[in-house]
Design a protein around this ligand. Structure first.
Ligand code: NAD
Length: 336
C-alpha cells in the first residue's frame, strides 16, 4: 500500500515511522508546512537511514505519487481538514484523519458529511476519522462492550490521562501553559475548547445502540498546577493551567443516559494523580472495565491510525466511523 502522510508533527511523524518500518506499506510522500522539515529526508528526520522521500509543502505530492491512502494529522477541525480530504479523494486516494471532529462528523456537520460521503462514493474511496479518543476509548471500546448486553440503561466512562506526549496544537486547544484568567477568556473566545470529541463519541455510541439523545451538557474547568511541569512544547509554572477537566452528559428526554469524564493534563503524576480508563455499562448485566494506567494517547493514536490503513483501503466507499468498520487489530506485530 502506497501511503502519503499529511502533517509531520507529533502524531504524523509516528505514523510515518510505522509505515517506513512496515513490510506491507511504502511511504511515498510527506506533506508539512513547517520550514524545519521541508526539503529534509524523512528517514533522517525519523532518526533512521536515508529513505529517499523528502518532506514537501505542496499538495502536488498526492497527484504525483498516486497513493492508495492519505493519512491526515494536521488539525482537529472539519473546517481545516475538509479541503485536504477533498483534494485527496479527488485524486482517488482513501483517507484516514485523526482530526477529532471527523471521528463522527454526521451530527455536528450534516451537510459536510453528506458531501464527503457522496464525494467518496463518486471516487470509489473510503474516508475515516479515528484516533485514541475520539475514535476508540470513549466510543468504539464502549460500543464493543455493549455487544454482550441485551439491554443497556446507562453508560458512565472516565478517561484520566497524561497529555505530555502531544504536540503544540493539542496544548493550545487544552489551554495548557496559560493563566486561569486566560483560560476563561479562551473558553469564551473559542480558542480553548478542552477535549474535542464528546459530541462525536456520544453521537457514535447513541447511533450504534439506537438511543435518541435529545440534549448534551458539557462542563470545562481549568486544572491549576501547584508544581512546575514541562514538556518539549510547553512550560507550566505553579499557579498556571496544566490541563482541562472536561465532562459531558447526554440525555434521552429527562434521563441521563451517558456520562463521560475526561480530565486531561500534562504530567498528572507530579501531583499524585493516577491515570486510567474506566468504563461502566449498566444494563441487564453490569460491566466494569478498568485499564490502569490509561491507554497512552500518543502511541495509541499513532497505532490505530496505522492499523486502520488496510481496513480503510478495503472498505466499501463512503464516509465511515469506527463503528462501521471491522474491529481494529494490530497489523505490525511480528511473532519471532
Ligand atoms: P502537531 O501540532 O504536533 O502537528 C501538526 C502538524 O501538521 C505540524 O507539523 C504542522 O506543521 C502540520 N500542518 C498543519 N496544517 C498543515 C497544512 N495545512 N499543511 C501542511 N502541514 C500542516 O499536532 P499532533 O500532536 O501531531 O496532532 C495533530 C492533530 O491530531 C491535532 O489537531 C490533534 O488534536 C489531533 N489528534 C487527535 C487524536 C484523536 O484521538 N483523535 C489524538 C491525537 C491528536
Amino acid at each position: 500500500m502506497r501511503v502519503v502522510t499529511w502533517g509531520f508533527g507529533a502524531m504524523g511523524r509516528g505514523i510515518a515511522k510505522n509505515v517506513v518500518e512496515s513490510k506491507c506499506m511504502k511511504l511515498v510522500g510527506v506533506i508539512d508546512k513547517n520550514p524545519e522539515f521541508i526539503g529534509k529526508d524523512v528517514g533522517e528526520l525519523l532518526g533512521l537511514e536515508t529513505y529517499g522521500t523528502r518532506v514537501r509543502d505542496s499538495i502536488d505530492v498526492i497527484e504525483e505519487t498516486n497513493p492508495d491512502i492519505v493519512v491526515i494529522a494536521t488539525s482537529s477541525f472539519v473546517r481545516d481538514v475538509l479541503p485536504q480530504i477533498e483534494y485527496a479523494v479527488k485524486n482517488h486516494a482513501n483517507v484516514i484523519t485523526i482530526a477529532e471532529e471527523m471521528a463522527f462528523p454526521f451530527n455536528v456537520y450534516p451537510q459536510e458529511s453528506a458531501y464527503m460521503d457522496s464525494l467518496a462514493k463518486r471516487y470509489g474511496v473510503t474516508i475515516l476519522g479515528t484516533g485514541v479518543n475520539p475514535g476508540f476509548v470513549l466510543d468504539t471500546l464502549i460500543i464493543a462492550l455493549t455487544g454482550v448486553c441485551t439491554k443497556v440503561d446507562k453508560i458512565v466512562a472516565r478517561r484520566i490521562n497524561d497529555l505530555s506526549p502531544f504536540g503544540k496544537t493539542v496544548m493550545e486547544t487544552q489551554g495548557v501553559g496559560t493563566t486561569p484568567e486566560k483560560f476563561e477568556m479562551g473558553l469564551k473566545e473559542g480558542t480553548i475548547v478542552g477535549h474535542i470529541g464528546f459530541l462525536q463519541s456520544i453521537g457514535m455510541i447513541s447511533r450504534a445502540i439506537g438511543w435518541n439523545v435529545t440534549k448534551i451538557e458539557e462542563e470545562r474547568k481549568p486544572i491549576i498546577s501547584n508544581v512546575y511541569r514541562e514538556t518539549p512544547v510547553v512550560k507550566v509554572q505553579p499557579g498556571m493551567v496544566a490541563g482541562c477537566n472536561h465532562s459531558a452528559k447526554a440525555y434521552a428526554g429527562e434521563k441521563c443516559v451517558i456520562e463521560l469524564y475526561h480530565p486531561q493534563q500534562i504530567h498528572p503524576h507530579l501531583e499524585g494523580v493516577e491515570t486510567g480508563d474506566y468504563i461502566e455499562i449498566h444494563g441487564d448485566i453490569n460491566i466494569n472495565l478498568s485499564i490502569k494506567p490509561e491507554i497512552p494517547g500518543g502511541k495509541a493514536t499513532i497505532a490505530i491510525a496505522t492499523n486502520m490503513i488496510p481496513i480503510v483501503v478495503e472498505a466499501h466507499p463512503g464516509l465511515k466511523c469506527m463503528a462501521d468498520l471491522p474491529v481494529p487489530r494490530s497489523i505490525l506485530s511480528e511473532i519471532r
